[in-house]
Design a binder for this molecule. Structure first.
Ligand code: 9MJ
Length: 688
């Protein structure tokens, strides 16, 4: 390319970069709604700086490189910072940090290690607060470092901002500087509420903090979970501060100005680097986001000797952590099926280095999130990887959408087993209806099937189920009934005796009840109580399998959602086939005509059972009560009609006594079953 053509190309690129940076400045500083990660913004700025350095004839006074930070937004009074609010030079590697230390020592003429302070670098919004005679008078944002916005009224709403300094000895005028942050938990809660109300959400805690502090109505700010940490001094008049940064911060604390508990005085640059590693480890546990650590020369007289370069002090440096958010292309979407049948969309990404690792897969959470964020295949997306948390796609860069993007479609069939996928209207999660049949759900389904309150197969635990499934011996629950002694003893840690015991437990489980069997099938939202209600109401499996939604909804506790789950489960041919094979293997229960429930004599009454009964099992007791229209609950409350007490009762008896709930012994309980109309009489006798 000729020099002229190259120059022309550079000019056009410079203009394009400026347009793009201005757009992002607006999104960031005015709307508090950035579209690209900081790392990407920094790269755009760096490219522009490099081009302007190479072609100084194209530099204009309005270039984004000529300005630092944001301009004050309309609506707030501007405040001029008498002492400019500096930014920090960034270091990204140990070499950068060592070079800085060398420069510091050269300038000071110090051969040995310098005393530094080390502290976390908060990722929030820098603010300055002026205290006159110990009283908070004016507070402002950093703005462009020279002028900021007057956010006094908003800062007053933050609990950790003292309106009056504590103790004594503060200068007549003290300007305390620090950072307003929003803890991650508060941020999540804020976004959750916004989502529920269909309002816009914030991209990250820093933008939420900035957006909250820059509200024209302080009542809105007051509702937001903001906190402040102080770390620097601006103007000081009529008093003296200690000779070191560290001691100054200790005084801050005495005066009620919150300083991070992680502030340390360290020995030389090696101390700084140790602190960096320690904070990097601690980072995921901190309640708020930090994006690095800051080292400062501790002695104030040395800070003064070192002075400034452009807008950054020579005596401090920010040692940044790897960016937790990066931008990359979404190549495709895969669907993962979890143990409960939930389908999770997984983003297949162009590999990108983020949060200290190369990421090529990230979660898209669910279909709702995909729709809310309007993500398409082929889009540029922001990927976040924080600590050991699964990387996630945070948002899409809408302004960079290529023309040929494709929508992300929920598969109609389960990618693992081919069963139908359903996503009830209004629900975020789509699920495979394969249930017992789907390999992805198999281990979970088998464990549930064998559990004590379901088919009660003693000895069939997690380790064993893992082996049975992994070795291909059990593909669905019906296969359990065809296991042989030989197969079992081939497994790890399975002796002759335990194999025998397991086979016997499997054999015993064949004799069951309809309620247990229904519960064991693991139909969504069909718990024990619902299974029992279904069994009582219909009396036979055949009738339940053929019941319509309306018929199912006649059962107490079965609403439209549960009815739909039941219908779907039995509609799936795989599930019907497994049930058929279970019956063929010898699983059996007693059926009856069904007792469509009407109000019984104990309708509306709630009982709690505790301790062992002599005349019946707890299950029978429960069924007898249910047949009379009563409900049986697992916990005692003031609304409990009575607690039925057997041998060795548990803490429920004590609770009943505390709440004054009547207690019935087994004798009284049998009387009640025989004569439910005598309830009140029996209760009076059992008053506790
Ligand atoms: C942050 N952002 O956490 C400074 N900072 O000191 C800390 N910023 C700073 N110190 C002087 N911890 C200028 C900026």
């Amino acid at each position: 390319m000729s020099a002229t053509a190259e120059r022309e190309r550079a000019r056009r690129r410079i203009e394009a970069l400026r347009r793009e940076i201005r757009h992002h400045d607006y999104l960031y500083y005015v709307l508090d709604q950035p579209e690209i990660p900081d790392a990407e913004y920094d790269r755009l700025m760096e490219e522009l700086r490099a081009l302007e350095a190479k072609y100084p004839e194209f530099v204009t006074p309005d270039s984004p490189t000529r300005r630092v930070g944001g301009q004050p937004a309309a609506g707030f009074r501007t405040v001029r910072h008498e002492v400019p609010m500096l930014s920090l030079e960034n270091a990204f590697s140990e070499a950068d940090v060592r070079a800085w230390d060398q420069r510091v020592r050269d300038r000071l003429g110090v051969a040995g290690p310098v005393d530094y302070t080390a502290e976390p670098k908060f990722d929030g919004l820098a603010v300055t607060l002026i205290y006159e005679d110990g009283v908070f008078t004016v507070g402002a944002t950093r703005g462009d470092g020279i002028e900021g916005e007057d956010v006094t009224a908003n800062l007053r709403t933050i609990r950790s901002v003292p309106l009056r300094l504590h103790g004594s000895g503060w200068p007549q005028v003290l300007e305390a500087r620090g950072e307003v942050v929003m803890p991650r938990a508060g941020f999540e809660a804020l976004n959750r509420r916004a989502r529920e109300r269909g309002e816009k959400t914030f991209v990250n805690p820093r933008n939420a903090a900035a957006g909250s502090l820059r509200q024209l109505d302080p009542r809105v700010t007051a509702e937001r979970p903001l906190e402040v940490y102080f770390y620097a001094v601006g103007k000081v008049e009529g008093g003296e501060l200690p000779a070191t940064h560290y001691e100054t911060m200790l005084r801050f604390r005495e005066w009620g100005l919150r300083v991070t508990e992680h502030l340390r005085r360290v020995d030389g640059i090696d101390g700084c680097l140790r602190f960096h590693d320690e904070m990097l480890r601690l980072r995921p546990e901190l309640p708020y986001d930090i994006d690095g650590v800051v080292y400062k020369v501790d002695r104030i007289d040395w800070q003064q000797r070192l002075g400034f370069v452009s807008r950054a002090p020579r005596w401090a440096i920010a040692h940044k952590f790897p960016a937790q958010e990066e931008i990359t292309r979404l190549r495709d979407v895969e669907w993962q099926v979890g143990r409960t049948g939930a389908l999770t969309p997984v983003a297949i990404l162009e590999p990108v280095f983020v949060g200290g690792a190369t990421v090529s897969r990230a979660t898209l959470h669910n279909m709702d999130e995909i729709e809310r964020k309007d993500i398409h295949i082929g889009d540029w997306v922001i990927v976040r990887r924080a600590g050991d948390v699964i990387p996630e796609v945070v948002s899409v860069v809408a302004s960079r959408r290529p023309p040929d993007v494709r929508p992300i479609l929920l598969p109609k069939k389960c990618p693992v087993c081919g069963s139908a996928v359903v996503r009830p209207p209004g629900e975020a999660i789509a699920r495979c209806t394969g249930g017992l049949y789907c390999p992805a759900q198999r281990k979970n389904a088998i464990l549930h099937f064998a559990s004590r309150r379901a088919m009660d197969i003693d000895g069939l635990g997690e380790k064993l189920v893992d082996q049975l499934v992994d070795k291909g011996l059990v593909k669905d629950v019906a296969d359990l009934y065809h296991l042989t002694h030989e197969q079992l003893i081939s497994l790890e840690r399975m002796g002759d005796k335990s194999a025998q015991n397991l086979l016997e437990a499997i054999e015993r489980s064949k004799e069951t009840t309809l309620a247990r069997f229904l519960y064991a099938l693991g139909i969504r939202e069909v718990g024990e109580a619902t299974a029992r209600a279904l069994a009582d109401h219909f009396g036979s499996l055949e009738r339940i399998m053929h019941a319509s939604r309306e018929e199912l909804e006649e059962v107490p506790d079965v609403g439209p959602v549960v009815a739909e789950h039941i219908v779907e489960f039995f509609r799936e041919p795989h599930n019907r086939e497994v049930i058929q094979r279970l019956i063929e293997a010898g699983v059996r229960w007693e059926e009856h005509e069904g007792r469509p429930s009407g109000p019984g004599p104990l309708d509306g009454r709630t009982f709690v059972l505790t301790g062992a009964l002599q005349h019946m099992t707890r299950e029978e007791a429960r069924e007898r009560l249910a047949a009379l229209g009563a409900r049986v609950s697992g916990s005692v409350s003031r609304r409990t009609t009575a607690v039925i007490v057997g041998e060795n009762p548990g803490s429920k008896l004590a609770k009943a006594e505390r709440l004054g709930v009547p207690v019935l012994d087994e004798q009284a309980f049998l009387a009640l079953l025989a004569h439910p109309e005598r309830l009140n009489e029996l209760l009076e006798e059992g008053e506790s």
